[in-house]
Design a protein around this ligand. Sequence first.
Ligand code: BGC
Length: 699
Amino acid sequence: MSSMHSDFNTKTNPELESEITEIIADLSLEEKVWMMSGHGFFKVFLGEDNRQFGRRTYAAGSGCERLDIPPLYFTDGPRGVRHIIPTTSFPVSMARGASWDTDLERRIGNVIGIEERAVGATLSGAVCVNLLRHPAWGRAQETYGEDPYLLGELGAALSEGIQEHNVISTVKHFALNSIENSRFKVNVKATERVMREVYLPHFKRIVDSGCASVMSAYNKVNGDYCGHSKHLLRDILKDEWGFKGFVHSDWVKGAYGPDAAEAGLDIENPDPIFFGETLVNAVNKGDVSMESIDDAVRRILRTQMTFDRAEDPRVYSKADVACELHTSLAREAAEKSFVLLKNDDLLPLDKSRVKKIACFGKLMDTANLGDKGSSCNTPPYAVTLLEGLKNHASDTLEIEFYDGDDLDEAKALASSADACIIAAGYTWEHEGEYIPGNEAMEGLEEGKNMMSRGGDRSDLRLLETDREMISAICAANSHTVVAVMAGSAVIMEDWKADPEAILMVWYPGMEGGSAFARTIFGDVTPSGKLPFTIPESADDLPYFDASVLEIEYGLYHGYTLLSKSGVEPAFPFGFGLSYTSFAFSNLRKAKGQDGCAFEIDVTNTGDRAGDEVVQCYVGFENSEIDRPGFLLRGFKRIHLEAGETKTVSFEITSDDLMYYDEAHGEWAIEDIPYLVRIGSDSLASRQNTMPFHLNEIRD
Ligand code: BGC
């Protein structure tokens, strides 16, 4: 077995299976059911931890004292390990989605794995890949974007990186979980085709990469709670995809009865509310089969024993947590994630010419790391944008900051400066995981008096105070940069013409301020690309209502919807500028592994080094069925010195062309001319296209 457990879901280990058969034969029903839930969460959460979530790892399944089997220990989350010990805080996943860098994401997974091991965790909740169907989704920041291919590649990289350190990675939340406020109640309806083509491919990609655990989502899909969905858990995940690990529920109310075990939920977390004694009774009454109990225990033990017995690539110690190597990776991630949306020759700021910079906005001076839901971690320090600029500035550069609301004062300062920087956007108060306190805990004594927080965004524009500030400052000084802090798309039509530069900086992690200064002053050139579409108007997006109890998800959203409706976006999917420029030329067919590959030359035509994310789409313009006009099917981030040219190659396989034929319940392929399109973003790729036919490519 390779160190990242890449064959976990494809290879069988007969000796291990017979060992598990013997253990199962030796376990009583009570012992088996004990393994099928977490234990002790409420006791420590309400007792010793005084309702402070995430101070420790939580026992989250498995465990049999008599046989010396320890429980699994779980921690969140996507932007770094959550624990009382301060850990490395990375830019949020959406920022890393904008890096389009699988190698970087794998290295981030390594760091999360190392820090998990250092705090004693064996099960990690870092891999969140729910699809960004609409930018108002409160937890957008925890995922990688709107496109299933991008989600799958980045999620697989993170999962592999974590599992390299023999920590079991759980991919969440399975599935169709893209609204926050109503997540405990909403019934998401979707056809089989929509699920297979849009909402599930990334989960499959990650399972194929060896990810050994799946967390079910809170919401319902086609009438069943996900933890009770036999179709999702048994038919698709376990039977069809061959997943060999275990499925556990999301935290509290991820299951509503013992029948979830029959449907394929192996563990209820974090405590046995609906499993435990109720499940033992259900088995005794014949309502739940012993077969499903044994299957759950086998999956739990198979995963745990495989990971426990694999050789560790290193030793783990608390000294590794948030060490310099790890925090410098947080800075690299931030630098690669910033997306330059506009630049009228203002950036990078030239320190020899700019003598005074005026900074505005409370977020300039705030450690704005993301939401305060389950993914919230605590770094030992966090460099704000302002601190980053000050640390970077030389003695001859004056940096002034005004955080007040008096626009006249702000304007006076702005007009006295050579350049202005405004930080605008959101915090955990405006978007994030909705922790609905009493509602989630309804009927449970433990849940009384828990405060609600977070949730879906109510507006896609910036706050009014930000918009007024931008307009006032840009009127006083046009040499202004707006740094936008947010977890997903912000509609910018009302102000985007005003500043000379716009930089999307997300929730940039503990080293965000250092990365920001290095970008502003040109030590690095921005190279991030939007992992979603920014529309001109919310009307261009699919229907979204954070309070609905039922909603239908369709085949189109983001770039597939805008191109289908013939609407130009404000900024297309995959878009991002650089301080240098790149030219694409000479798209051609070349010999690939079994069929043809598509090659293109990319040249850095500017005067400084930079990274470009080369994107490959397949066009389905000639399709005879209703399907997206084009879809992302490959990407590569490359580094080019000034003047350098590199050839980038993509192989398309027949899998990339498939659609789900609902009538026959299987994947099918059309015998039509296809189009490959390669470029610097989803729309620019229209400039380099080449037709090809099915028989030219690899099966
Ligand atoms: C979240 C999960 C998280 C779990 C444990 C839930 O509320 O939805 O993403 O892993 O809590 O913290």
